[in-house]
Design a protein around this ligand. Sequence first.
Ligand code: PLP
Length: 370
Amino acid sequence: MEALPLRPELRGRSPYGAPQPPAEHRLNTNENPHPLPPALLADLQVALAEAATGLNRYPDRDATALRADLAAYLTGTSGEQVDPAQVWAANGSNEVLQQVLQTFGGAGRTALGFTPSYSMHPILSAGTGTAWVDGHRRADFTIDPAAAAAQVREVRPDVVFVTSPNNPTGTAVELDTIAALYEVTDGVLVVDEAYTEFARTGTVSALSRLPGRPRLIVSRTMSKAFGMAGLRLGYLAADPTVVDALQLVRLPYHLSSLTQAAARAALAHTEQLLATVDLVKAERDRIVAALPGMGLTSVPSDANFVLFGHFTDSAAAWQALLDRGVLVRDVGLPGWLRVTAGTTEETDAFLTALGEVAPAHRSSLGGSTA
Ligand SMILES: *Cc1c(COP(=O)(O)O)cnc(C)c1O
């Protein structure tokens, strides 16, 4: 059959997406399994009904009220003053990151991220015609600041991605590493903080490094800790000049009135929504604590998931867990699998299944640290 005249950089690529076989316990996409608070559901009905009366009109193109609410949330939780002019929102942080690449990447330009990390960063780069370079990590998945700085100096990327806490490994990145990378790049430095609300006590957001760094961008999402993955609402904080620049590429009226109204209703319930964060962190820590007893280990996690191993064959271990009704993620790292921390019942089911699977599938490296 005749081949389509596909862009060269898209030829031979696979779309984003892990297998979604039916399973009783779905612990593969890092969602928050706790149901939304009834008071929020009631408010959503009112807010959406009200927004529906104005659906004959285009939405607020600048999402002014929503950005003010997001700025208030960031200021309140980080203790850093974040102004609405520093905030930009879109349909998931994926769209935010795509707009960043459309603005600062593109044809003839390069993005660099430290792999293994969020697989959408290279996919969004390819979609915007931005060349991609894999940054290096140590064997324990941490970033060596000196080596990373040297690589950035050599590659001279236009966009640098740091995911903190990192997905799929779970560990937050030292702020000094982020500051060091900023010093050595002329490009924009994007810190993807999708999981930051789950970070261990004492972890400080890169928001604290925004003052005086106009090329630093911190991206966030309501998909994870807020438990609103279906809403599709992501946002960033940066210098107001970055937000101005993004206006050159954003589609007019990209964020629907319904999305803006629903996000504002959700933000009015921030405290209740984030009440589940401590529960999820406790389940995460329970998973981490149970692994050594099974001859397994994990990478230190500041997220709502755990990268665990070692297995002789992660694909076989993945299948053995699925055979017991537990779906986890094979992220393509030999010896490792990733599990989402959710409810107590989910953790119980996961640990029971893993206890059955571990003896046949763990490698002799299993008890050693990552
Ligand atoms: C899940 C995730 C996101 C969230 O993307 P949304 O488009 O906001 O749902 C962003 N970054 C990372 C690293 C993630 O794992």
